[in-house]
Design a protein around this ligand. Structure first.
Ligand code: SF4
Ligand code: SF4
Length: 434
């Protein structure tokens, strides 16, 4: 069947695949991509414009769209006795993995997930909330430096690779607004490949680093230079990997993360929901500028001006009045980009409710998705509230790595290892013949 209504998708798309025999050409994926996510381009342009977010996967009624599966490669490495295989778990995975085993959406499975991954044979199981805490330390310092030294403002968060790719394609003139800090997964892999290998005396060629994320775009992101993660799989792929290995997460003995990059703070965990990065960075900015601990939470943001997926607030920290915006979805970004002089700090996440609604999460009924994403987000919220450590700068693993390796946030060593740069990708919007 010739597909005329389906969204344009290239064969070599790194993250998403369409099984054409299953497709009924209903056109839903195109509507989601263009009208909800906000990706618009001329059909004549040289390649399909895709920010790899996978929202089309979640919305296909017949399962014709799927992540490009990489979990079989992970199984191969697990059977290779020459290799040491690490896996790092992104925050939002633990709120959705249970759905693959018949548990309620939002069931928080952390130690059970660590136990299951150890049972399958991973040598080290790490928590990406450690990387998230490091991102906050670096990003908060970068924001303070931009404020004090009249650097480019507003500063944009850069931890959502779909948002970063969107900006590189549609607004390359605004790249200098992006924080140069690597995403939590980028930091995680850089730290494993340097600090961890050195501490454990492991040769670089023996290590294979895997990340499990709610996000299909991570398959694209890890191919950026200097990212250092070898394979990215989604939550839904992890369910397949566990089931094919005969694991039922409901029957697993809970275990703790491995040390050096173990559990992060509550601030790192809420990266998995919309508003979480902004709140965590503001907690840390507050500490840098006032020396005090203060929880700046989503209630503070929601009490103020709010319009759909754009939340705005002003936060007073020391002598600064920081004008902050939290945005979900590329469509909503455009409105704010027209008006940049009015803001100091902007968080952007592509997916509904943030990463909990990522295109790699376990599939559910399309009409239940909004409600399920809220349950997953509340699950992270709850864990942050109950966490003994709610500030990244109080995480002992973070304190240790600065003391013994990176010196201080934004130090020359930190800039070299855990910051990055971005590039103009607007040429893909050109017509084929140009
Ligand atoms: S949503 Fe699924 S079935 Fe409908 S056109 Fe897209 S790929 Fe085909
Ligand atoms: S919001 Fe999260 S899951 Fe969605 S594209 Fe961005 S990083 Fe990936």
């Amino acid at each position: 069947m010739k597909l005329s209504k389906a969204v344009r998708l290239d064969e070599n798309n790194i993250a998403i695949k369409r099984i054409n025999e299953r497709c009924i050409d209903c056109g839903r994926c195109k509507t989601i991509c263009h009208d909800i996510v906000g990706i618009n381009y001329d059909e004549k342009c040289r390649e399909a414009v895709c920010i790899n977010c996978g929202q089309c996967i979640l919305n296909c009624p017949v399962g014709a769209l799927v992540p490009k599966y990489d979990y079989k490669r992970v199984l191969d490495y697990l059977h290779d006795t020459e290799k040491i295989v690490t896996i790092s778990i992104a925050p939002a995975v633990r709120t959705s993995i249970g759905e693959g085993f018949g548990l309620e959406p939002g069931t928080f499975l952390e130690k059970e997930l660590v136990g299951a991954l150890k049972e399958v044979g991973f040598d080290y199981v790490f928590d990406v909330t450690f990387g998230a805490d490091m991102t906050v330390m670096e990003e908060a310092m970068e924001l303070v430096n931009r404020l004090k030294n009249k650097g480019t403002l507003p500063m944009f968060t850069s931890c959502c690779p779909s948002w970063v790719k969107y900006l590189e394609i549609y607004h390359p003139d605004k790249i200098s607004h992006l924080s140069t800090v690597k995403s939590p997964i980028g930091i995680q892999s850089s730290v494993i490949n340097t600090y961890f290998l050195k501490m454990m005396n492991i040769p670089k060629e023996k290590i294979v680093n895997v990340v499990v994320a709610p996000c299909t775009t991570k398959k694209f992101e890890i191919r950026r230079t200097e990212m250092g993660m070898d394979i990215a799989i989604t939550t839904s792929e992890l369910v397949m990997l566990l089931k094919e290995s005969g694991i039922d997460i409901k029957k697993i003995e809970p275990k703790e993360f491995d040390s050096l990059l173990s559990k992060g703070s509550g601030a790192g965990l809420i990266f998995g929901r919309s508003g979480g990065v902004a709140e965590s960075v503001l907690r840390c900015v507050n500490y840098i500028l006032t020396g005090k601990d203060k929880i700046i939470n989503s209630i503070t943001i929601e009490e103020n001006e709010k319009s759909g997926k754009i939340k705005k607030t002003t936060v007073n920290i020391g002598s600064y009045k920081l004008r902050v915006v939290v945005i979900q979805g590329m469509k909503n970004v455009e409105e704010v980009l027209k008006d940049l002089d009015n803001y100091d700090f902007i968080e952007v996440m592509n997916c509904n409710e943030g990463c909990v609604g990522g295109g790699g999460q376990v599939l559910n009924a399309i009409n239940k998705m909004a409600e399920i994403n809220i349950k997953r987000a509340s699950s992270l919220e709850e864990d942050d509230k109950n966490n003994k450590i709610r500030f990244c700068y109080k995480n002992p693993d973070v304190i240790n790595i600065y003391k013994s390796y990176l010196d201080y946030p934004n130090s020359p060593k930190a800039i070299k290892l855990i910051h990055t740069n971005f590039k103009d990708r607007s040429s893909i919007l050109r017509e084929k013949s140009l």
